[in-house]
Design a protein around this ligand. Structure first.
Ligand SMILES: Cc1cc2nc3c(=O)[nH]c(=O)nc-3n(C[C@H](O)[C@H](O)[C@H](O)COP(=O)(O)OP(=O)(O)OC[C@H]3O[C@@H](n4cnc5c(N)ncnc54)[C@H](O)[C@@H]3O)c2cc1C
Length: 383
């Protein structure tokens, strides 16, 4: 057991945080308020190698492991204070692309991964539907029927990050209804396939610098060579392979927010005076600061440990559920407490703690809600 982070990784973390501070943070307030997606920043992320960070080098990626990608995501969120862009990045490089990287054929990897690595193409995941979220597999309505050398998909997907701007989506659809959740398959869908439509852009409480929409499939034609893995292996194989990537890397943005909010609150509380002294001298303020630091350290340990297990090839579905529920709830609680330290200013857009609080709210909902994470943990204990 070694809790130290190698020097090389610390240097990389610092370079990502610096990049985000310099290139992303200056415009985040305006982009958040006006819900602007910025392709220029996305291209710079591609040039820096971030968009293909966890992809193998032979397909144009950086070959980063899960822990490195997790730490880079945390640093990006902290430096940029841009939850939306961090989410778009995770949707692209983790949930949208890793199914191809981990379970795709050689031909699929060669056709898609190099262009996704540079950002020439942007990816997303189409799993959730208007009528199915937590019970994504069991209640799925989107179907895929084989006709000749193609699959014909009908249905729709809801809340899809990168939906309005994405080029390639990994989409789940029912191929064998009689098998329930085990009858779902995964397909690589391009926006230019006949029958693909993007629904209206959804306006959100937070993560407003990312784009979200419904995707609609009306007799969508997908060539058979775009089936990932085998028919009906969507959850058993593809979902399982990407699970811990999602529950570590995407969660890491909340850790970056926590660090940022804590640092800002300590600085503010040291300068802000009431009743003739800095508010940091008041026990109630110290209590919030200490609790935020405790939650931050605990979240880091849980998420890093889960990522390290992934890299060691040790399955960690329970540990990653624990890490997800703890770290995402800690980020929301920290947002509330650190905001409280700013008094009325925490309600004003100009203070980034306001945005960080709104952005972190998604963590307990997306990629499996806190309630679902707890039911997975409890079910495993009682099995
Ligand atoms: C901004 C945003 C971006 C998103 N991006 C994507 C994306 O890129 N791709 C994608 O596929 N999806 C995406 N999602 C969807 C997200 O993963 C779902 O919203 C989430 O899984 C919850 O599903 P639901 O909204 O249908 O809620 P429901 O499943 O309807 O849940 C409603 C409530 O019931 C509770 N509940 C449900 N089942 C149980 C249970 N068994 N035990 C206890 N409580 C339960 C839930 O915890 C919740 O409190 C995104 C969502 C948002 C808001």
């Amino acid at each position: 057991m070694d809790f130290s982070i190698p020097e090389e990784l610390l240097e990389f973390r610092d370079s990502v945080r610096e990049f985000a501070r310099k290139e992303v943070r200056p415009s985040v307030e305006e982009r958040d308020l006006n819900e602007v997606w910025d392709p220029a920043i996305w291209n710079k992320m591609g040039e820096m190698g971030l968009l293909g960070l966890p992809f193998p080098e032979e397909y144009g990626g950086q070959g980063a492991d899960c822990l490195t990608t997790t730490i880079a995501t945390e640093a990006f969120a902290e430096g940029s204070t841009d939850g939306g862009l961090t989410l778009a990045w995770g949707a692209h490089s983790i949930i949208g692309s890793m199914p191809i990287v981990l379970c795709g054929t050689e031909d699929q990897k060669r056709r898609y991964i190099p262009r996704l690595a540079t950002g020439e193409w942007t990816a997303g995941l189409g799993l959730t539907e208007p009528g199915s979220g937590s019970d994504a597999a069991g209640s799925m309505r989107t179907t895929a029927v084989k006709k000749g050398d193609r699959y014909i998909l009908n249905g729709s997907k809801m809340f899809i990050t990168n939906g309005p701007i994405g080029d390639v989506f990994t989409v789940m659809a029912v191929t064998d209804k009689s098998k329930g959740a085990m009858g779902v398959s995964v397909f690589i869908v391009q926006k230019d396939f006949p029958g693909f439509k993007v629904g209206k852009k959804l306006r959100k409480m937070g993560m407003r610098t990312s784009t979200t929409s419904e995707l609609i499939f009306e007799d969508l034609e997908v060539p058979e060579e775009n089936l990932i893995s085998k028919e009906n292996s969507g959850f058993l194989r593809v979902g399982r392979a990407t699970l811990e990537w999602e529950r570590t890397v995407l969660v890491a943005s909340g850790i970056g927010f926590m660090q940022f909010m804590l640092d800002e609150a300590v600085e503010y509380a040291s300068k802000r005076e009431q009743f003739g002294e800095p508010i940091i001298r008041f026990h109630a303020i110290q209590d919030k600061i200490a609790k935020a630091r405790i939650k931050l350290d605990a979240s880091r340990l849980l998420v890093y440990a889960s990522a390290a297990k992934k890299d060691q090839g040790i399955p960690a579905p329970i540990e990653s559920s624990i890490a997800k529920v703890y770290a995402t709830e800690a980020a929301v609680e920290t947002g509330y407490d650190m905001g409280q330290i700013f008094g009325g200013y925490c309600y004003i857009h100009e203070y980034p703690v306001e945005r960080a609080y709104r952005d972190s709210r998604l963590g307990t909902l997306g990629g499996g809600t806190s309630e679902v994470m707890r039911s997975i943990i409890a079910a495993n204990l009682s099995a």
